[in-house]
Design a protein around this ligand. Structure first.
Ligand code: SAM
Ligand code: SF4
Length: 330
């Protein structure tokens, strides 16, 4: 039963909050960031205490699942204390996170101890040079060490996420699938979304739809649709000869807005009601103005009215969404 007090104008219950704890990152993935980025000044970023207070308000209102993301969440100083406090928060059923894996070799064990249940790790290539090209700064060996460290910790789930750009890493589809099958990890392919202005590649020319990715996989393996849902927008398929699942997130090809159950908190405290729209409420102002949690909860309840029915992405046009994914909290 879903008992969230957060219901939008379209009757959708919101029970999932994604929190970006920093807009900073040790990588500069070509689809996520420009090479030269201006980050939010530190005083404008929510403190860990402010994040915890906002998270507590959401949980009191019926949010059951929180995903910590970024930027790269694991490069934020003292972030483990936030994980520990959230891990102990009564009413929060699932604490999960998304990471680029670069810090996981040392962080996987304390994260597990803090109560993190599942981790999504981004991996767009298993070729060190191509990995470096796509992330601009990333070291594949460190990320693989991070993935393997996480596997040893017994998380309830570890999933790999890959963004495929035509002509850049579409040759990586089958090697990524082989990597995931070898390690027994689910793998989800995400279509690139036009968030923020990137000059490094033309988003429309590099766009590769989920269907095309699936065809490449089916050139080698037999896939059949499965009913598994991870509580998110991915559609899953399974292999005949491996227990892993492969998922596809298709913000362009499929409209997954009708059962959207999530909102996002940016590093500077903006509550975003939709990934693909600018509708937002400044919760930083609220937490810095009042100590009264009832006022904070009311601001959150009121914000639900702003949640738009759906998003539209158009690759030919200049991006309507000027914020990058590291701001959004992917
Ligand atoms: N740094 C962490 C990571 O890379 O996993 C967490 C934050 S990152 C913004 C979250 C996810 O968003 C990653 O899986 C990344 O591939 C994805 N992402 C970033 N920019 C994107 C874009 N323009 N379109 C689609 N996915 C994007
Ligand atoms: Fe950093 Fe993640 Fe964005 Fe890559 S996708 S630049 S790892 S925040």
């Amino acid at each position: 039963m879903n008992s969230s007090a957060l219901v939008d104008k379209f009757g959708r219950q919101v029970n999932y909050l994604r929190i970006s704890v920093t807009d900073r990152c040790d990588f500069r993935c070509v689809y996520c960031m420009a090479e030269e980025m201006t980050f939010v000044p530190r005083e404008q970023v929510l403190s860990l205490e402010e994040i915890e207070r906002i998270a507590g308000a959401f949980v009191a209102l019926g949010v059951k699942k929180i995903r910590i993301t970024g930027g790269e969440p694991l490069i934020r100083r003292h972030v483990l204390s936030l994980f520990r406090n959230l891990g102990r928060m009564l009413g929060l059923e699932e604490l999960v996170m998304t990471s680029n894996g670069s810090q996981l070799a040392k962080m996987a064990a304390p994260l597990r101890q803090a109560g993190v249940k599942r981790i999504n790790i981004s991996l767009d290539s298993v070729d060190p040079d191509r990995f470096r090209e796509l992330t601009r700064t990333g070291d594949l060996r460190r990320v693989i060490a991070g993935i393997d460290a996480a596997r040893q910790q017994g998380f309830a789930g570890i999933k790999l996420n890959a963004v495929i750009l035509k002509g850049r890493n579409d040759e990586e589809i089958l090697p990524l699938v082989a990597f995931a099958r070898d390690r027994g990890l689910d793998l989800t392919f995400i279509e690139e979304m036009p968030l923020g202005q990137v000059d490094e590649h033309a988003r429309d020319a590099c766009f590769m739809a989920s269907q095309e990715v699936r065809k490449v996989i089916e050139s080698r393996y037999s896939l059949s649709p499965c009913t598994h849902r991870s509580g998110g927008p991915a559609r899953y398929y399974r292999f005949d000869d491996s227990p892993i699942r492969v998922g596809f997130i298709s913000p362009h090809s499929h409209n997954f807005c009708s059962d959207c159950n999530r909102v996002r908190l940016t590093a500077e405290g903006r509550l975003l009601l939709c990934l693909g729209n600018e509708h937002s409420v400044d919760l930083r102002q609220v937490v810095r103005q009042t100590e009264d949690d009832a006022e904070l909860r009311q601001a959150i309840v009121d914000a639900m009215d702003l949640k738009p029915e759906r998003h539209y992405f158009d690759l030919q046009e200049a991006p309507q969404i000027v914020r990058f994914m590291n701001m959004t909290g992917g």
